[in-house]
Design a protein around this ligand. Sequence first.
Ligand SMILES: [Zn+2]
Length: 187
Amino acid sequence: MNLKPIMETKNNPNINFVDAKSALSWDEYFMLQAMIAAFKSKDPATKVGSVFVDKNNHQITMGYNGFVAGIDESQVPWGKDKSAPLEFQKYGYVVHSEANAILHSSRSLEGARAYVTLFPCNECAKLIASSKVKEVIYLSDKHQETESNRIAKKIFELSSVSFRPLTFRPEILLNLTEHLQNLLSDI
Ligand SMILES: [Zn+2]
């Protein structure tokens, strides 16, 4: 412990200039936002989230995969068994997270960055590229062997939308848990 004389401390103009830095990079911050958005999805099998951000690091819009807005959800299925007709599969009724984010944006997405928990499908890639989003940052690319994924990448390459994966620093999730526990202990 620093036991400087009181007068010296009192007159020290640097006393409040302590070292401080955010625990998170902007990339990590917005990917966590996208992960929280995914957590909101009701889909029992696949929860996907996305957040679109402007050049000043302000969030423009967010989305997660869910049924058509306003639909009576008791009348449509969450199951994905493709042995049933499309009318009785979730795929007939679900709107993807990126499509929801774009649909519900009240501002232009030109020049925006998109943070997505899963690499976009070709249908969402069409919307992203047509909205003039400039960069896609993704967490998982687990469908990279599929035709939809190849088409999505082709769309991005042809329309100059760059894309890159994001890997969290290992300490981040630990720090986040500690942070949440600190906040909750204040209640
Ligand atoms: Zn999609």
